[in-house]
Design a protein around this ligand. Structure first.
Ligand SMILES: NC(=O)c1ccc[n+]([C@@H]2O[C@H](COP(=O)([O-])OP(=O)(O)OC[C@H]3O[C@@H](n4cnc5c(N)ncnc54)[C@H](OP(=O)(O)O)[C@@H]3O)[C@@H](O)[C@H]2O)c1
Length: 366
């Protein structure tokens, strides 16, 4: 394929093109023929995408979410006041075959099969080719198909970044008691597995009744969030050192009450108002209103020596290496709810936007 691209480049003045789902202005995506991205910095690799997961953030970004913050970032990065977040290609992770490597890449070669994540500021993986940093790629586990492995990187990176904020890691997970709100979803089910792979012994999770079986098999104790006595059940399992919230429900807010007191316990939520506040009010005012909301949310906790924080998806090279190892050892298994074709992306977006996933929705490429 690389030879074909180079040959086409030599024969024509037009840059090589690929099919990609593009959001031109934040009003949804359309399938377009666009230029294949190019390696611009040392350490980057060009990947031919084989499968990619679909996440709520992709749907949101295609509809303009993050326009202010990411637009400002683009302007600063490009030193160009006219630079814009659009057009953008969504998609934050994939499995892929390395097509070409840039300078200073020593860990990968063309033809390698990888799992990868792509930072939010870069064109994403809902396209035939993508460029990312070689450090954000890791070996595709041999025991998994492209579609299965594509279900892992984004949700694992998000769970890992939330646990980093909560100061939970491979060394101390064994002694932590963790409550996860939304354990049956993409991020929640991965968070349970990551904790289990780190040796954590007590994980309680809220989820719908129909998902009890699934989360129990992963090693968590399920509690039906709709049960009348959900709070009593949580009290029975208390205290928790860490709470991971992926739903932002009233029960999740209430659950501050089942955290330990004056023991540096942390409630971390991945449902943050930051981007929406900045989209609504601009960057400076958005930062200020989010800080205010954070203060309101955290104040009562602080009075009892507890912490509250938001967390965000952050690509991390250590996590990518751990993920490959854990998946090959069978300690982390992908939970794929549905595989759709690349051409069916809009249907996949419709499904994922409903936020009632039982694992991941993945798109496959020819
Ligand atoms: N900050 C970040 O960087 C970041 C990164 C990733 C995701 N997120 C956000 O995190 C959220 C979850 O993402 P996801 O990919 O895991 O979504 P998902 O796969 O659709 O999962 C959502 C889960 O929440 C469960 N749920 C719904 N209401 C609930 C409640 N009241 N209590 C407990 N569980 C409930 C659903 O289970 P049932 O079907 O059983 O109801 C579903 O399994 C989204 O809002 C997403 O935007 C943020």
């Amino acid at each position: 394929m690389l030879e074909k691209i180079i040959l086409r480049r030599c024969l024509s003045t037009k840059p090589p093109t690929m099919r990609a789902w593009v959001s031109e202005n934040g009003a949804g995506v359309e399938l377009k023929e666009v230029a294949v991205p190019v390696i611009k910095k040392p350490g980057q690799v060009l990947l031919k995408v084989k499968a990619a997961s679909v996440n709520p953030i992709d749907v949101d970004m295609s509809q303009g979410y993050g326009r202010e913050f990411l637009g400002t970032w683009k302007k600063v990065e490009a030193c160009d006041f006219a630079a814009s977040r659009f057009p953008l290609i969504p998609g934050r992770d994939c499995t892929a075959v390395v097509e070409a490597v840039g300078g200073e890449v020593h860990n990968l070669a063309p033809g390698d099969e990888v799992m990868a994540v792509v930072p939010v500021i870069q064109p994403g993986t809902h396209a035939e080719f993508v460029v990312t940093d070689s450090k954000l790629c890791s070996k595709k586990p041999d025991n998994l198909s492209y579609e299965e492995a594509a279900a892992l990187p984004y949700v694992a990176s998000t769970a890992f970044s939330a646990f980093s904020v909560a100061r939970v890691n491979q060394k101390n997970a064994k002694t932590q008691r963790v409550l996860i709100h939304g354990g049956s979803g993409g991020v929640g089910s991965m968070a349970i597995q990551l904790l289990k792979a780190w040796g954590c012994e007590k994980i309680v999770t809220t989820c719908g009744k129909e998902n009890f079986d699934m989360v129990s098999k992963l090693g968590a104790i399920p509690i039906d969030y709709a049960a009348e006595n959900a709070t009593e059940q949580l009290i029975d399992h208390a205290p928790f050192e860490v709470i991971l919230d992926t739903v932002d429900s009233p029960l999740a807010k209430w659950s501050d009450n089942v955290m330990g007191v004056w023991r540096n316990c942390v409630h971390v939520s991945i449902v943050s108002p930051l981007m929406r506040e900045m989209d609504k009010n601009g960057v400076p005012l958005g930062l200020a209103t989010t800080a205010l909301k954070h203060f309101e949310r955290a104040f009562q906790s602080h009075l009892r020596g507890r912490w509250f924080s938001y967390a965000f998806f952050m690509p991390n090279s250590d996590l990518m290496q751990q993920l490959s190892r854990f998946a090959e050892d069978g300690k982390i298994v992908p939970i794929v709810e549905q595989v759709m074709r690349f051409e069916e992306l809009e249907k996949a977006y419709e499904k994922v936007s409903q936020l009632n996933g039982r694992g991941k929705t993945v798109i496959e490429f020819d």
